[in-house]
Write a protein that binds this ligand. Sequence first.
Ligand code: PLP
Length: 388
Amino acid sequence: MEMNELNPDVLLVQPSALRVFDHEISQDPEIIKLTLGEPDFNVPDHVKQAAIASINADQSHYPYFWGIQALREAASTYYREKFGYQYSADQIVCTVGATEGLSATFKTLFQPGEGVLIPAPAYPVYKALASINHLVPIMVDTTETGCVLTPQQVNEAIAAHPDVTIKGVVITDPSNPTGVVYSKAQLSALVPVFRDHQIWVISDEIYGELTYGVKHYSLSQWLPDQTIVINGLSKSHAMTGWRIGFAFGPTGVIDQIAKTHQFQVTTPTSIVQHAAVEALTHGQNDAAVMRQVYEQRCQYLTDSLTKLGISYVEPKGAFYIFMKIPERCHQDSFTFARQLAKNYHVGLMPGAPFGDSQALRISYASSNENLHAAVDALTKELVRDGVL
Ligand code: PLP
């Protein structure tokens, strides 16, 4: 069979460069990986028990495609109390992780040729979703504004693309890869420009529970009729492999997203949905333990990088630090990351797939011992390159 007989939409999309790089360095049995965004905590015990109870209770039938009612009600209450979301149970679809919520949302909101603003550095999945849906991804470089999108940048991006109808924007808050958290003032400043230009906001808040010393706000608070919020239990409850997430949105649009979702994957498993009800009704403090540990690790890394003279984006949330490769190293992000892996068995993510080829992303969802190894490797590499 010829390649050109395959669906061209799929041929268009590159495999995730991050996964490919992670796979490459994983061939080294000694590698210490600070690459993927994977919590190093276990699923809270009460949630595991709920899953076991669900199996024993034979809750093994097809769930309704929106998700079971108890879960949508629990999600409505939980996120309203935590972050002020204004969505009722019938405005929530339970998705297979946040990823599937993003995919159904992109497919539903936009038509081929329409533009989506993606503030960069960015989680690479957004650009891939734009490509596979024949949209125009418009990357907006935010490095000069502390990795926070500003109204001026939105206006400039619109003016620079007169032939593209810009229909959406993705806000990742807290951010992967930078750990930046938008303040209330920064979010509210964006509201008029999104409202005036009728731009759909896709607000990816998967790290909403992981902020350090600052509060998380949701853009949906200001623009409930124009925002699709994406969230889930992958990071807050260390449930990445259980694949459970949520899309929240205004009536009418969320119904269409639910339809797309139905034909995409049907639903998350019944057992996981029942366990997720437990997470959302009795697990309000589950993230607190992890938050405390992440915050200490973040402090250790920022102190260490500062001592080494390495600059980084000031992190306030998630579990990432986005650091600059010193200019004097004269290496792009893939070369530098490969050197670290080859010489010191430490894996950090190259910044290029996020939109900065002179940066690296460190994930501190890993033990203190591993973080020390990373700092040690960076120190040795800087000595080797004559920077220290
Ligand atoms: N959104 C962001 C910003 C992420 O960093 C990730 C995972 O790393 C996801 C979405 C995917 O979440 P899930 O595992 O729930 O699909």
